[in-house]
Every structure is written in structure tokens, then in C-alpha cells.
Design a protein around this ligand. Structure first.
Ligand SMILES: [Zn+2]
Length: 220
């Protein structure tokens, strides 16, 4: 897997410090399940955060704190490097890694997808976050999503297939963060339906009248 679009450092720091809401955290945690590089970064942030808490009460062995942090960091890095990536015992790699699969209740082929129109499907993912919507989207291979901008923040994590827009191409594990400044028309790449996790805190703003008219029906 070749992931080229990662969460920003700010987003990872918010995640590591527990400042992110549940739905946003689900997107970051699912990216981490697929991205060893970001797992190492988050482990480092957590280790440094822990050492900063420890240093509030100076310990007599404080001159060894840095060594302790580095040792802990090495241990975490080795542990994390050894964790996911390996396929499950039956050799079938799920489309939805944990923790997302647990939230959805099944892997992608076992879900009750809701029809959105234009061949697209969605599967809402309940979280405890009020005002933030988490859903899986399935866009048919080779088809566009109507051009839209955003009333707030949108995180999109690709799980299967790929999509592209003016900002680049996004495949499995890639995360796109879009805000009010980005107007785009994502296009599912040919060959395979694009399944992605989308987190939004405001409705999308569609450019075309036709898309705006069906928007209330689609709930997006
Ligand atoms: Zn990453």
C-alpha cells in the first residue's frame, strides 16, 4: 500500500492528546490502522505528552527522563511496527480495518447499504458526536460526485478503489481534509467502486441546481 495523503500534524496531535471528537477520531484511528508512519508519529506524541505530565512532578531521576522517553518510544515503535499490516489468519484482508469495522458492524460486503441515487450508496456510522456525521460512501467506479464545496470540515478516508480531484489522487489509506476553501468534484477512478469513510460537520454545498434539489432526499 502506498499512502501519500496523511492527516496534518495538528490533527494527529489533537488525536494523540484526546482533544478530537469521536467521529473525527474514528477517521484518524482508521488511517493509523493502515499507516505505520503515522502510528510512529502518534506514538512519539503520546510518549512526549506522557513525559511532560511526569515532569510536572520532578522525579529524583529526572536526568534520565530523556533516556526513559527514548526507550519507551523505541519500544512503542517496535510494538506498533509489529501490529496490524499482517493479514488475518484466513488470508482475507478486510476492506474496513478496525476500529471502523466494529463501528459498522460488518465488513463492507456485509452491510445494509442505503441507495443514494446515481448508483451511489451510503451507510451511516453512529457515533456519540452531536452535529458531526460519519458515513461510509460507495461511489461507482468511473463516476463523479456532483461538484460541491463545504459548509465546514470534511475528512474523507479511502478504503477501497480510488478517487481523484484537482488536488490529486487518493487510494486506500489516503485521507483528504477539505474545508470551506475547497470546491471540488471527486471522481471515482475506473475499475473498482470507491468506498470511503466521510466525516462532515456541516452539509455539503452543491454547485448544481439539480444536486441541490435532491440533497434533502439524500441527507448529505
Ligand atoms: Zn499516515
Amino acid at each position: 500500500m502506498n499512502i501519500s495523503h496523511h492527516p496534518s500534524e495538528d490533527l494527529l496531535l489533537d488525536y494523540a492528546s484526546g482533544a478530537l471528537g469521536e467521529a473525527w477520531s474514528l477517521a484518524v484511528a482508521t488511517h493509523l490502522a493502515l499507516c505505520p508512519g503515522c502510528r510512529r508519529v502518534v506514538s512519539g506524541m503520546e510518549a512526549l505528552g506522557g513525559s511532560m505530565l511526569d515532569s510536572i512532578v520532578p522525579a529524583p531521576t529526572s536526568r534520565n527522563t530523556l533516556n526513559a522517553v527514548m526507550t519507551r518510544l523505541d519500544a512503542m515503535t517496535e510494538r506498533d511496527a509489529a501490529v496490524p499490516a499482517a493479514p488475518p489468519a484466513d488470508g482475507h484482508t478486510p476492506i474496513l480495518p478496525q476500529p471502523l469495522r466494529g463501528y459498522a458492524g460488518a465488513d463492507a460486503d456485509g452491510l445494509n447499504w442505503q441507495r443514494l441515487g446515481l448508483g451511489a450508496y451510503q451507510m451511516p456510522i453512529p457515533t456519540g458526536d452531536k452535529g458531526v456525521t460519519a458515513r461510509l460512501l460507495r461511489i461507482p467506479a468511473g463516476r463523479p460526485v456532483p461538484k460541491h464545496s463545504h459548509g465546514g470540515l470534511e475528512l474523507t478516508l479511502v478504503l477501497s478503489g480510488a478517487f481523484s480531484d484537482a488536488t490529486g489522487s487518493y487510494g486506500r489509506g489516503d485521507l483528504q481534509a477539505a474545508d470551506e476553501n475547497l470546491e471540488h468534484q471527486p471522481h471515482a477512478e475506473p475499475g473498482e467502486d470507491c468506498i470511503c469513510l466521510a466525516i462532515t460537520d456541516a452539509p455539503l454545498r452543491f454547485s448544481s441546481l439539480a444536486a441541490r434539489m435532491v440533497q434533502p432526499l439524500l441527507g448529505i
